[in-house]
Ligand binder design. Structure first.
Ligand code: SRM
Ligand code: SF4
Length: 565
């Protein structure tokens, strides 16, 4: 049998001297705003992507200029928690080196867009100066660890956050490349040959994602990730976690070998065993993941090719213990909570809706300025949610009115009037920065929401909770395959319409109609809303209704029946 040859990225990683490549030379090259091809792959492991402004692409080509090269920077921020002084620094970096906006992502991180090569080092150094790094925010390693939104909501949430931060640190690559290239650390005798006990010399076959959920709230969409931990709270204490594995959403249009998959529930572990089981799962994927076809290199395919029983036995062997039987758990909602919520410790937390995750200063809504003002007086923390929103966390009762006034004055109070549809809608970045975008997403969202809200109002459904997700291509960065309604970009102005996920993130949606323009999408949805308004059962969610009446195709749910309450 012939062994398939490794993909070109595998060769780049293995030859990179632990992710150094020729990055220093590429950064110093004044003749281009880009990096050498191999370095453009390696810079991802350092938390940055080489992009070009696609709005300018045609014009630059016409003028025979190189593309308008620029960089995106993504932070590593397990659980998305930062202090006000860090916020002020991020804000300053966006102004000095980026495009003047901050972007909150679906994985509780910040992204800066539009950073020029000449400013990349300064921007990364400014981030590290306030103890925020970007190591492994991208690349074939464990990415930012997602955690149920607010650590101050309860003692359980705090314990889960602390464990997730420990796991994130434990899974960092050991190479000092980042510190040498960006932070001027001197090279040592080991530079380029550091031991990578978890990843090995070629790192993972593909990106790897972990999420921690605290039921009954599935705000992290726990079944969408390679590895998931569902907290079990017994007698008010964190008893351990149900472990899930094999989730992943990316697909390619027209390629049935790629598909979204929800994770399987494998069993139960105590909090002390989380690091060991995570390491066992990652090492299994490192050794058995597909290194020749990047489209088939995620853990979900490794599990499907070798079988769940094999996978469980392999990780138990590596961890040195058996998983206990899974414990019952129940999710009843996802999305974020908005407005003021009181935590167990008597402090208050303000959930803010940030549409499309974009913090910018726009006419009538100077969100960036408003958050800067809040950061100047706020004495608690900020928490990024897994759904591109923000919590001003840990506000003392006496300071509530002041923070509230600042939020209202800067248009940060959209949650007070927005429909449920608008509050929970997600859109990926897409154009103009994402090189893979086939259609608009973030920029299209506001107008799309206006039109959908008008339709819903016509059917008396304005206050109906609905999960809408828009992605500019089938890679699924807004987790669209878990939307009750999802639009997945196919070409400029055209989308696949997906319908029928449930309201708690347990069932994928299915393709309803292909390649529609917005008028056709609205017509399809108008008909669905009409039937839903007339025929739904009491309390029945939109996605569940579409499946029950046969409008949307049923896809398997991922939670075995015996685990449902
Ligand atoms: Fe993503 C690639 C943006 C969450 C699946 N994603 C990209 C890139 C870097 C495009 C690229 O490879 O050049 C996008 C950069 C756009 C830009 O201009 O900023 C991008 N992904 C995003 C973000 C910013 C979307 C957002 O609007 O919030 C999210 C950043 C998360 C973070 O902070 O780390 C983001 N991406 C996701 C998610 C959702 C999640 O992780 O919860 C998914 C689906 C889950 C999954 O991974 O299965 C996701 N992104 C992908 C994929 C498909 C991977 C696959 O298995 O096939 C790609 C393409 C790739 O890796 O080749 C991709
Ligand atoms: Fe880009 Fe596609 Fe991800 Fe949207 S879903 S950010 S278009 S890769």
């Amino acid at each position: 049998m012939t062994v398939p040859s490794p993909s070109p990225v595998e060769t780049i990683k293995a030859a990179s001297r632990r992710l150094r490549g020729t990055l220093r030379a590429s950064l110093a090259d004044p003749t281009t705003g880009a990096l050498a091809d191999a370095d453009a792959q390696l810079v991802k492991f350092h938390g940055s992507y080489l992009q070009d402004d696609r709005d300018l692409r045609e014009e630059r080509r016409r003028q025979k200029l190189e593309p308008a090269w620029q960089f995106m920077i993504r932070t590593r921020l397990p659980g998305g928690v930062i202090a006000p002084r860090q916020w002020l620094q991020l804000d300053a970096i966006a102004g000095a080196y980026g495009d003047g906006t901050l972007r909150l992502t679906t994985r509780q991180a910040f992204q800066f867009h539009g950073v020029r090569k000449r400013d990349l080092r300064a921007a990364l150094r400014a981030l590290n100066a306030v103890r925020i790094d970007t190591i492994a925010a991208c690349g074939d390693v464990n990415r930012n660890v997602l955690v149920a939104a607010n650590p101050w909501q309860s003692r359980t949430h705090a314990a889960v956050h602390a464990l997730a931060a420990r796991l994130s640190a434990h899974l960092l690559p050991r190479t000092r490349a980042y510190h040498e290239i960006w932070l001027d650390e001197a090279e040592s005798a080991h530079s380029g040959t550091e031991d990578e006990p978890i990843y090995g010399a070629a790192y993972l076959p593909r990106k790897f994602k972990i999420a921690f959920a605290v039921p009954p709230h599935n705000d992290v969409d726990v079944f969408a990730h390679d590895l998931g931990f569902i907290a079990a709270i017994e007698d008010g204490r964190l008893a351990g976690f149900n472990v899930t594995a094999g989730g992943g959403l990316g697909t390619s249009h027209g390629d049935p070998a790629t598909y979204p998959r929800l994770a399987d529930v494998l069993g139960f572990v105590a909090p002390d065993d989380v690091l060991a089981i995570a390491e066992a799962v990652i090492a299994t994927q490192r050794d058995f993941g597909n290194r020749s076809e990047r489209k088939r290199a995620r853990l979900k395919y490794t599990i499907d090719e070798r079988g769940l029983a094999w996978f469980r036995a392999e990780i138990e062997r590596r961890a040195g213990f058996a998983l206990a039987p899974a414990r019952p758990f129940h999710f009843d909602r996802r999305g974020d909570r908005f407005g003021w919520i009181e935590g167990e410790d008597g402090r208050w937390h303000l959930g803010l809706r940030i549409e499309g995750g974009r913090i910018a200063d726009r006419a009538g809504a100077p969100l960036r300025k408003g958050l800067r003002e809040i950061a100047r007086v706020h004495r608690g923390e900020f928490v990024l949610t897994p759904n591109q929103n923000l919590i001003v966390a840990g506000v003392a009762p006496v300071e509530r009115a002041w923070i509230e006034a600042l939020a209202v004055a800067h248009g940060l109070d959209a949650h007070r009037t927005a429909t449920p549809l608008r509050l929970h809608a997600l859109a990926c970045v897409a154009l103009p920065t994402c090189p893979l975008a086939m259609a608009e997403a973030e920029r299209q969202l506001p107008a799309l929401l206006d039109r959908l809200e008008a339709l819903l109002a016509r059917h008396g459904l304005r206050d109906q909770p609905l999960y809408l997700r828009v992605s500019g291509c089938p890679n699924g960065c807004s987790r669209p395959y878990l939307g009750e309604i999802a639009l997945i970009g196919k070409a400029p102005g055209r989308y696949h319409l997906m319908l029928g996920a449930d309201g708690a993130g347990r069932r994928l949606n299915a393709l309803h109609r292909e390649n529609l323009d917005e008028t056709a999408i609205l017509a399809e949805l108008d008909a669905c809303f009409a039937r839903y308004a007339a025929e739904r059962d009491a309390g029945e969610g939109f996605g569940d209704f579409l499946v029950r009446v046969g409008i949307a195709r049923a896809t398997p749910a991922c939670i075995p029946l015996e685990l449902r309450p």
